[in-house]
Design a protein around this ligand. Structure first.
Ligand SMILES: [Zn+2]
Length: 128
């Protein structure tokens, strides 16, 4: 399968912070939180999302995606990793709410340039 991903993420030197939370959070606040995972390319981002869904799939009822194309609703086991990769490569964030038998989980993957990132700014400066 040929996957023609946008190169926008590479042009901007983006990386992503991934968060899994039991409550909804605002992007502005998440910036100050330590990420659960730091993802360096769109494939890694899509993989992290897939891993999280797999980890919680036993009690997943529905997954609500917030993509640039609007909100889509997936049933358990129905998802589209290519869509995640594409959104991330384009420099967009991916958000999903997972409704489980015991409550809700919020999954966020936020893009940052090295300058925007409060955690990795110094690292980025060192590599230049
Ligand atoms: Zn960072």
């Amino acid at each position: 399968m040929t996957d023609h991903l946008p190169t926008r993420w590479r042009d901007h030197g983006l990386h992503w912070h991934a968060h899994l939370s039991d409550h909804a959070t605002a992007a502005k606040l998440r910036r100050n939180y330590s990420p659960d995972a730091v993802l360096l390319d769109p494939e890694a981002g899509a993989e992290w999302i897939a891993d999280m869904l797999t980890a919680h799939s036993a009690d997943t009822i529905a997954i609500e995606w917030h993509t640039p194309w609007g909100v889509t609703l997936d049933g358990p086991g129905v998802r589209d990793a290519a869509r995640d990769r594409h959104a991330l490569a384009y420099g967009l964030s991916v958000e999903a709410m997972i409704v489980t038998a015991t409550g809700q989980l919020y999954l966020y993957v936020d893009p940052y340039t090295p300058e925007q990132c409060p955690h990795h700014r110094s690292q980025a400066a060192n590599t230049i």
